[in-house]
Design a protein around this ligand. Structure first.
Ligand SMILES: [Mg+2]
Length: 232
């Protein structure tokens, strides 16, 4: 019998690119105010680099492109990580189901998320998630070695909720790390495949994939009942 539902954060409960864009805007404001370059152009350049080169070198390449000093990268990172992301919103179905689960009180709810602690907590606050779920673990608060698929965070929530692994479901979007660790412990897993998201194209071998796949969280409760039936 499923007793707890644990969610991933990025691209599971909200669209992560909205956060990245919000961070790039903050960085552009900073660079513009210091060097007088066009805020709009610097913002657009960061997005173009992200699309072509991926995340790792956005700030370095943007500075290079505008012939600005490379030692700004560190400050840009501080601006990015500390900015308050006002533009991010929960996916409509995510908000619906979190509020419904909270109101009904039938399941314990939690979030396990990886990433820079300050960044993840800024997102959590902006999305008002502390009011919506019972427990939140940002794995970096305990060390980067505790990031998924490490068993640490799953085990900790099972202990807090006083339930067995088979009584919990983990819901995420990234098959490279969201499901393999959870499955090894015995949790049930659900992959959300939305129309957008950084990992929607990823296909992995069976051990890395979730037990079930959905396009939306709206009918999650029916799915949890279905899991109960097939397990019985
Ligand atoms: Mg994710």
């Amino acid at each position: 019998m499923i007793k707890a539902v644990i969610f991933d954060l990025d691209d599971t409960l909200y669209y992560e690119l909205d956060y990245v864009k919000s961070g790039f805007r903050a960085v552009s404001r900073y660079i513009c105010s210091k060097y007088g370059v066009s805020e709009k152009e610097f913002y657009k350049l960061q997005l173009d680099i992200l699309e072509k080169e991926g995340r790792g070198k956005v700030f370095d390449l943007a500075l290079e492109n505008f012939s600005l000093p490379q030692d700004e990268v560190e400050k840009m990172l501080v601006v990015y990580r500390s900015h308050i992301p006002e533009e991010i919103r929960l996916y409509e179905d995510a908000e619906y189901i979190l509020e419904k689960l909270k109101k009904e009180g039938k399941y314990k709810t939690g979030i396990i998320t990886d990433g820079n602690s300050q960044v993840q907590w800024n997102k959590i606050k902006a999305l008002a998630l502390t009011d919506l779920v019972d427990e939140i673990i940002v794995t970096d608060d305990f060390g980067v070695d505790k990031r998924k698929p490490a068993p640490f965070a799953y085990l900790r929530l099972l202990e807090v909720f006083k339930i067995k692994a088979g009584e919990a479901v983990y819901i995420g979007d990234n098959p490279t790390k969201d499901f393999i660790g959870a499955r090894e412990l015995g949790l049930k897993t659900i992959r959300v495949m939305r129309e957008q998201g950084m990992h929607i194209e990823k296909r992995m071998e069976a051990a890395f994939e979730a037990d079930l796949k959905v396009n939306s969280l709206r009918n999650l409760e029916e799915l949890l009942q279905f899991i109960d039936i097939i397990q019985a």
